[in-house]
Design a protein around this ligand. Structure first.
Ligand code: ADP
Ligand code: MG
Length: 347
C-alpha cells in the first residue's frame, strides 16, 4: 500500500506544481471568493482553502509558516532542531519555541495516555524502515535492545533546553501536523480570514463555518478500502484528525501487514483492535497526538478516554470491521460504509 500512496502522489504531482501553487475560484454556493493553495511538505500533500478578500495573503503566509516548521521539525534536515537533538549524544540542545511547545505537549499526552504516545520510539521506527521506506521486520533481540532506549519520561525539557539519554532519539511525526494546522488557523485569523479549511494528509482543520454559514462536510476514509470514504461529519471550527493503519504499511515475506504506529510496550505495530481512530476537537495538536495514542491504546481505553475527558468526539473502526462514533456526533454523522455504524456505548 506504501507503493500505491507513492503512485497517487506522482499522479497528483503531475497536476499540481512541484512545491506549491495557488488558484482563485468563485464558490458555487456563495458570492465569496475563495483561494486554494497546495503545498508538499512534511512528506504530505497539504491543501488549504480560504475565503474572503484576505485569502491570498493569508495563504502565502501559511505556506511560509509550513516551510519554516518543516525546517525546524524534520528528522532528515541537518539544520533542524530534531536533527540536533537526535545527534546530541546526551548533550543539551537549545531549541526554538515551536519545538519546545510540541515536545511539552508530547510529554503531557504521553502521561495522559499511560505511555501509549512515546515520541522516543524513533530508533525502533528506523529499524522497521518506516522512516526510509526500506521496510523490514527486525529480529526480536534488535527490537529489545532499541526499546531499552525508549522512554519519553527521560526527556529533559527546561524552557527551550532539551536533553535526552545518550542513545535516545525522538521524532514528532505523531503530532507535528496537528500543531502545523493550529498555526495555519492562527495566521488565517490574524490576516482577517474567518472561513478556511485545510487538509494535511489525514488531518482536516476547519476555521469557522462555510461562508454561507453552513457546516463543513468532512469525510473520513474507510481503512478497509482507503480510496473510499466511510462516513462524513458536519462541523465548524474543529480539528478532525485520523490515524489509520493504512497510512504507511507494508506486507512482509511472512504475509503479514505491518504499519507505522508502534506500540511502545513491545516495539511492534500497535494491534490492539483498532484500525482507524478519528479525534474531533478544538486543538489540532491535541487531536493529532490523541489519535495516535488512542490507536495504540485500543477500543476499551479509547472509550475510557471518552468517559473521562470532555471536549472530544471519536470515530473508531475495529479490526472486525465495525464502525463506532461518539454520541455527540449523532446529529452530524452520515454513515457511508457497509459496516453499519453504531453509537459508542459508555455504560
Ligand atoms: P500520520 O502521520 O500517518 O498522519 P499519526 O499522526 O498517527 O499518523 O503519526 C504516526 C507517526 O508517529 C509515525 O509515522 C511515527 O513517526 C510516529 N509514531 C509511531 N508510533 C508512535 C507512538 N506510539 N508514539 C509516538 N509517535 C509514534
Ligand atoms: Mg497523530
Amino acid at each position: 500500500m506504501g507503493g500505491k500512496r507513492i503512485i497517487i502522489g506522482t499522479v497528483l504531482l503531475a497536476f499540481v506544481c512541484i512545491s506549491s501553487c495557488a488558484a482563485k475560484d468563485h464558490d458555487l454556493n456563495s458570492e465569496t471568493v475563495s483561494m486554494t493553495k497546495d503545498v508538499f511538505a512534511m512528506d504530505t500533500f497539504m491543501n488549504m482553502k480560504a475565503y474572503g478578500a484576505n485569502a491570498g495573503k493569508a495563504l502565502d503566509k501559511a505556506e511560509e509558516r509550513i516551510l519554516q516548521l518543516e525546517k525546524e521539525l524534520s528528522v532528515n534536515d541537518e539544520q533542524s532542531d530534531i536533527w540536533a537533538i537526535d545527534h546530541s549524544f546526551g548533550d543539551e540542545v537549545n531549541v526554538c519555541d515551536d519545538t519546545a511547545v510540541i515536545i511539552n505537549k508530547a510529554i503531557e499526552i504521553g502521561d495522559r495516555s499511560g505511555g501509549a504516545l512515546d515520541i522516543t520510539l524513533f530508533p525502533v521506527l528506523k529499524e522497521w524502515g518506516f522512516t526510509t521506506g526500506n521496510y523490514k521486520v527486525p529480529d526480536d533481540d534488535t527490537i529489545g535492545e532499541l526499546l531499552s532506549y525508549v522512554d519519553y519520561r527521560k526527556i529533559n525539557l527546561n524552557g527551550n533546553i532539551v536533553s535526552l539519554p545518550e542513545k535516545a532519539e525522538l521524532d514528532l511525526g505523531a503530532l507535528a501536523k496537528g500543531y502545523t494546522g493550529d498555526e495555519i488557523m492562527k495566521i488565517m485569523s490574524e490576516e482577517g480570514v474567518s472561513s478556511a479549511i485545510v487538509s494535511l494528509g489525514g488531518n482536516v482543520q476547519a476555521l469557522g463555518s462555510k461562508p454561507d454559514g453552513s457546516d463543513w462536510k468532512i469525510a473520513v476514509r474507510d481503512p478497509f478500502s482507503p480510496e473510499q470514504d466511510m462516513c462524513m461529519i458536519e462541523v465548524s471550527d474543529k480539528a478532525v484528525i485520523t490515524s489509520g493503519n493504512y497510512e504507511r504499511c507494508f506486507t512482509a515475506d511472512d504475509g503479514k501487514v505491518y504499519w507505522h504506529i508502534l506500540d511502545p510496550s513491545d516495539g511492534y505495530p500497535a494491534d490492539n483492535g483498532l484500525v482507524s481512530v478519528t479525534v474531533i476537537g478544538d486543538s489540532g495538536i491535541d487531536c493529532d497526538a490523541l489519535s495516535t495514542a488512542l490507536f495504540v491504546a485500543g477500543y476499551d481505553k479509547a472509550v475510557d478516554f471518552l468517559r473521562s475527558e470532555n471536549g472530544y468526539e471519536l470515530i473508531l473502526v475495529t479490526d472486525d470491521k465495525k464502525l463506532y462514533y461518539s454520541e455527540g456526533l449523532s446529529e452530524c454523522f452520515t454513515d457511508l460504509s457497509d459496516m453499519g455504524a453504531e453509537v459508542i456505548d459508555l455504560d
